[in-house]
Design a protein around this ligand. Structure first.
Ligand code: NI
Length: 139
């Protein structure tokens, strides 16, 4: 029989504030590159995350992974840390890392990857707005 690999998705969201800023640049250059996202008083986004887990279907459960377990993992590893936070000032992860969508999606991936079984493939999609989103890793 062919491979029984199936992709399972879990969608979650969190609200967070951020400011895109490169401390090595002048105020003018920051403003020019990051525009509104450089606002010194921060601004918020309603981030949506889609966690994709691919793996073999376990014949005993019929699951790739228990979605309750996946949901709990996303809550404890991601939402509890980032929801309603200022990413720049309230989190260790972005104290010295510009909280762009690209950097956020890689941080989220690493946190979940550490907690998932090695046999499972993981991919994260992060929406910063309805129209702007990123995905990691890239095949
Ligand atoms: Ni922004």
């Amino acid at each position: 029989m062919s491979s029984k690999r199936v992709a399972v998705f879990r969608k979650e969201h969190f609200n967070a504030a951020h400011r895109l800023h490169n401390p090595n640049w002048t105020e003018e250059k920051n403003q020019e590159v990051f525009g509104k996202c450089n606002n010194p008083n921060y601004h918020g986004h309603n981030y949506e995350i889609i966690v994709q887990v691919i793996g073999e279907v376990n014949p005993d459960t019929g699951y790739v992974m228990d979605t309750k377990e996946l949901s709990t993992l996303v809550k404890t590893e991601i939402l509890d840390k980032f929801d309603h936070k200022n990413l720049n000032t309230d989190t260790e992860e972005f104290k010295n890392l510009n909280p762009s969508a690209e950097n956020i999606v890689m941080v989220i991936y690493d946190k979940l990857r550490n907690k998932l079984n090695d046999t499972l493939t993981l991919k994260i999609r992060l929406y910063e707005t309805e129209r702007n989103f990123v995905e990691y890793p890239v095949d």
